[in-house]
Design a protein around this ligand. Structure first.
Ligand code: PGA
Length: 265
């Protein structure tokens, strides 16, 4: 089946790198990551680093994303940075990352408001969803994905959903070194796409990009990128090593190349 979805490789730097460390790291990345038209590479540094990196970065190679953003555009919300403040700096924003949900107690209602605030401000949101180990063992994975996807997309139109990205990130695979198995990722991604189809129709489901995240590295990346319906990877730990990350981008490029003949068939 022909699909026009561009592969995305996203680097979630989390709470790593000071402004100067990030600048030095970006220099390394710029020399190790090759510019590939068919792969969209998005960096998610900490919020303080966004502005200086936006000036430094080679816009033909990289885009910027924020790791979070508040749902109110302005107001008495001490410590928060709004999507309205981020809009000129970033293309993307992560919403509902498992660390936001599980460390900072953000629920589906907050994720839904952040999704809405992102699109209202012209930022493409990446909705992160995924089950805990306990939920997987209890056989609740599909139910959790269903709930998180339905809630997260609640305030968006079909058009807005089509332009968004969803990342399937099983909580137990994040930062654990134990990635999901490709067939587990395949089943979850399929379930998410079917849910989008139920909510917004086949056209939207065919357009929304769905990534896998959770202990992706240069050794396992190809297996995930080969998963039917998987449009890229959200990379944490391995994105902090320039050669490792560059190698994942190259794998994505090769997967794209391999897909080409089928497109023309
Ligand atoms: P990880 O993180 O690659 O270190 O597992 C992924 C993420 O949190 O998005």
């Amino acid at each position: 089946m022909r699909n026009s979805r561009k592969i995305m490789i996203a680097a979630n730097w989390k709470e790593h790198f000071t402004v100067s460390q990030a600048s030095i790291f970006l220099n390394k990345l710029e020399s190790s990551v090759r510019s590939r038209q068919s792969v969209e590479v998005v960096l998610f540094p900490n919020v303080l680093t966004l502005q200086p990196l936006s000036v430094q970065l080679d816009k033909r190679k990289f885009r910027l994303g924020a790791q979070d953003g508040h749902f109110q555009d302005a107001g008495a919300y001490t410590g928060e940075v709004s999507m309205a403040m981020l809009r000129d700096l970033v293309h993307y924003v992560l919403v509902g990352h498992s660390e936001r949900r599980h460390v900072f107690g953000e629920n589906d209602d907050i994720a839904a408001k952040k999704m809405q605030a992102a699109v209202r401000n012209g930022i493409m949101p990446i909705l992160c969803v995924g089950e805990t180990l306990q939920e997987r063992l209890a056989g609740e994975t599909n139910q959790i994905l269903h709930n998180q996807v339905t809630a997260g997309l609640m305030h968006l139109t079909a058009r807005e959903v089509a332009a968004s990205v969803i990342a399937y990130e099983p909580v137990w695979a994040i930062g654990s070194g134990e990635s999901a198995k490709p067939d587990q990722a395949a089943a979850a991604i399929q379930h998410i796409r079917t849910q989008v189809e139920h909510l917004h129709g086949a056209r939207t489901a065919g357009l929304v990009r769905i990534l896998y995240g959770g202990s992706v590295n240069s050794h396992n990346a190809k297996a995930f990128l080969d998963v039917d319906g998987c449009d890229g990877a959200l990379v944490g730990g391995a994105s902090l090593q320039s050669h490792e990350f560059a190698s994942i981008v190259e794998k994505a490029f090769r997967v794209h190349q391999e897909r080409l003949p089928a497109h023309h068939g």
